[in-house]
Design a binder for this molecule. Sequence first.
Ligand code: ACM
Length: 614
Amino acid sequence: MKNVITLLFVIVGFLSQAQHNIIPEPLSYLETNGFFSFSNSVNIRDQSKDNQVAKGLKVFENHLSKIGIKANHNEKDPSIIIRKNKSIPSEEGYTLDISENNIILEGKSFAGIYYGLQTLKQLLPSSNQKEPIQIKSCSIVDEPRFKWRGLMLDVSRHFFTVEEVKAYIDQMAAFKFNTFHWHLTDDNGWRVEIKALPKLTEIGAWRVERNGKFGASRPAPLAGEKATYGGFYTQEQIKDVVKYATARNITIIPEIDLPGHSMAALAAYPKLSTKKEPKFVSPGNKFAEWFGDGSFKMNIENTLNPSDEKVYDFIDKVYTEIAQLFPGKYIHMGGDECYKGYWEESEEVKAFMKMNKIKDAHELQSYFVKRVQKIINSKGKKMIGWDEIIEGGLAKGATVMSWQGMKGGIHAAKKGHEVVMSPTTFAYLDYMQGDATIENKIYASLSLEKTYEFEPIPEGVDEKLILGGQANIWTEEIPTLQFAFYMTYPRAMSISETLWSSKNKKNWDNFVTKAQAHFVRFDDQKINICKAVLDPIVEVYKEDDKLMCKLINNLPNAVIYFSTNNTYPVEFATKYTQPFEIPKGDFKLRTQTFQYGKAIGRQLIIDRTDLIKR
Ligand code: ACM
């Protein structure tokens, strides 16, 4: 009897795991008897009387048409019924009941219905199929864990067109992100039209074109060289993107990064710096010395002068127009990586500090941040900034985005500030996600597995102050939309599950199995994503003077084969079972993952010399 009960538990446990591939995992998914079968048309009745729902439904119907199902809107015998239900507790929550006869989608508001449609879309195939389309009957109740579920795209380091930004937003919406943080300005380009300050885009949006490693091997502009790379969004284009995002339940947070990261603004208006020298928009030539502990020295001034009233007039003009363009309640003021060396050298700044009894550069930054906060508040908006804004003290009401790990967020929350967690350790999507022999080498590594460990609420803080989390994609080394997708996915799927799904629903094996199914959906859409999670992870370590090699793959049912004797293909070599000593001699380690008897992912080929350097 005991054995039968154990077996039942195993079966129930198995059934409660993924019988679907929905990402992020819903709050509850209960499979019921039967299937809903689609013919080549489906009758849909939208009873929500909501214009936005009607627009969201159009997008959904485009997908139906892509997979060979025509949507009809006859009053009689609807198969898909969509309606509002005020009793659903969460503003973004929904229920989806799929039975043999019909599909009923209810949401408290447009947002919930929109997310129910995203779930339904994930239950459908992503391309036209020969077999009839059926969905397993089920009952889904769903709502998000966090209200801030963000992705940030940097359009300064590389420019992305309106159509590209919209394509990026489309993918975000499919995984129930609701916040698009648009990093619009930086040293490498000013990307938003400000009518009162036309030089920001006439000059600040353009730089000389350079390839090569950002901040290292790219040559500086030559004397008289024409700046030809760049672009900016007109105010009409910004309004169009805002409307597009709103139709997908996405709020845009515009970031105008101050007082550092301002080389493009200073190229246009050099008098706003302390040295007032003419500048150029940085093409990513070597601009700083980095000292390995996060500290650095800027070779070129890229900070606004906090002692100059004209700087605050400038900021006021910029934020006046930004506040009119973006209906969301936050404006992001940046505030990160502000190099203070030029302030400390400036006689003008020193005199200002003396007069205002400001004791050091950190206090001066705090003075600047508080002035900016007043300006932003005066436009009816709330200020958010990177965690450096807490240096030297922060005024009440400011929200902190914690990027230097979680500690800035913890400190800010303990002081009563609202926080969005966006730590490099779990959420920096510009970092490499696979083996350094095949990925584009950049600052650091961040695997899909590691992103899945992200927990935005640290112990000991008031969880009400943690609004949610966000992943960021900085584009120093990302020149195209397809490569931005490669760096964003699948890690953004993992972040979406952390931010939407309840903590006890997270399960790596379940997630990564669903993610593999989504790889096919991305392939169908011709979207380039990174499948490094399929590859082996190669670790080298020392044990009693022996150099050892460990091969890891974290997919369920994966096996790894390898060779260290220059033979291939590896499936005829050795099956990996335990760490091995790296043999001497001139060879390449070849290794690949297999699942259910099939090679998956990429074969890694690593020279012994590279291996022992690890
Ligand atoms: C940052 O990564 N500098 C916010």
